[in-house]
Design a protein around this ligand. Sequence first.
Ligand code: FAD
Ligand code: SIN
Length: 528
Amino acid sequence: MPDAHTSDILIIGSGAAGLTAALNLADHFKVTVLAKGRLDEGSTAWAQGGIAAVLEPGDTFESHINDTMIAGAGLNDLATVEFVVENAPKAIARLTELGVPFNMEGNAPHLTREGGHSHRRIVHVDDATGHAVQVALQTAAEAHPNIRLIPDMVCVDLATSKHEERYSGAGHVWGVYAVNRATGRVELFTARATILATGGAGRTYLFSTAPRGATGDGIAMAWRAGARVSNMEMMQFHPTCLYNLDVKNFLITEAVRGEGGHLLLPDSGYRFMPDFDPRAELAPRDIVARAIDHEIKRLGLDYVHLDISHRGADFINEHFPNIKEKLLGLGIDMTKEPIPVVPAQHYTCGGIVIDIDGRTDLPALYAAGECSESGLHGANRLASNSLLECFVFGEACARHITDHWEDLPPPPRIRPWDESRVTDSDEEVVIKQNWTEIRRFMWNYVGIVRTTKRLERAQHRIRMLTDEINDYYGHFRVTPDLIELRNLLQTAELIVRSALHRKESRGLHYTLDYPEMLPEAIDTVLVP
Ligand code: FAD
Ligand code: SIN
């Protein structure tokens, strides 16, 4: 095994959170950023709608804070919400400096609208904001002499005090063990501080808008190392994912509804959302997704329709050029006809518990972005608040590390990865079978509408699979697929355990056995 790669700071993840942290640290420190595939393969590059910020005359921080708390059904942490909302305009200014070509209206960014927002508040680059953000951040990181970007390095587990050559139980995090895809070997990366920016866990579900790599790796690694996780039952389902038997995870941005799109029953063309909520299509996501799910189940439909053709071809070409092109390629002309849509998993609201500085429970371990639970989203994330969280907390981690650098000791000698007792697997089929099984029962039993009985069924299956996968993990050489499967199962376990723990319906957690919301909003915090 090669010697450990050592840098000042190690960042796991090259999306909005990881690269923001890297750019805020690199003028003073040597930073290494790892990604498990290509650098642009996380959710960031897939973001469509935009970034929420108070920029419209007449809009106020109080209003953005209030909208965030309402969407989050009061489970949000008010101090965190204030912190993020008040830092949003600054984050947009920095992205503009980095060259993100936001759509403009005169001298100010053009603002679009999304569900749950009481003002036009969404800064965007057409309907492909995430791609533009990823390009700008990555270009700046690639140009910085102090940032080393390493793709194709799949982290397995955090290196902690128990991996020190002189064992200590202090729980300090010193870096990570990662499989190099090129060699298949496990390498050790050490640093004085480690930031997890590994994104969400959407692929725990059969249908998700998230990319293939959203397998909850950071959440599972932090949990195994001893950090608390919180509110994992709050899985967000986006109301409008394209229904297409070949293309299973193409999102139709919420901005389509923000700009006047209607949800209709396919046969009658009946607009059903006003029956469910006075805000109709612009109610928060949990409400719209549940309404669609209700209509689909009630009428035995495969999908409902999203129609914006009444806004005319010029408007649609200008606002949604990428979605229009993609749909045209699939034989749907959204300027003339409705789009078939279904809800799909979209965002992981829960995650690793962090404080306002991005610190986790473990010394020298920070987290930012979708893998973390900062208190911003509560029981349901307000649209376009999540890229924003990445920028604000990526910077917060960097600031805390910089201010406390002298308190962060250099890493001691860490034991190399032990592969002496494992062999190559001759049963790869086990991984594929279990991967599909987890995603299927999570979709069927732990979806938009839950019951205790279905959650217990899921829990029973997780217990059986845990023995099988642990046994497999103990005997065979780790591969990227095995690492992801193990994390997927761990994340599923945390989601189900959290869902069983919450004896009420709040935000994204809706159970027929406890349909009422309790008077007090309490986080579900799991302690390893
Ligand atoms: P990501 O961008 O997902 O990056 C994760 C990184 O971690 C990747 O580099 C990955 O390689 C790395 N990683 C993961 N596991 C490992 C491992 N084991 N080893 C090494 N590296 C690892 N939010 C908004 O605010 N506005 C929007 O308009 C919007 N639209 C969206 C549209 C879609 C289709 C989707 C899926 C999400 C959207 N979101 C939107 C949500 C938002 O894009 C994400 O929450 C955000 O980009 C997450 O950024 P991140 O930096 O936390 O993680
Ligand atoms: C969208 O464009 O609908 C996604 C916005 C978000 O997830 O915040």
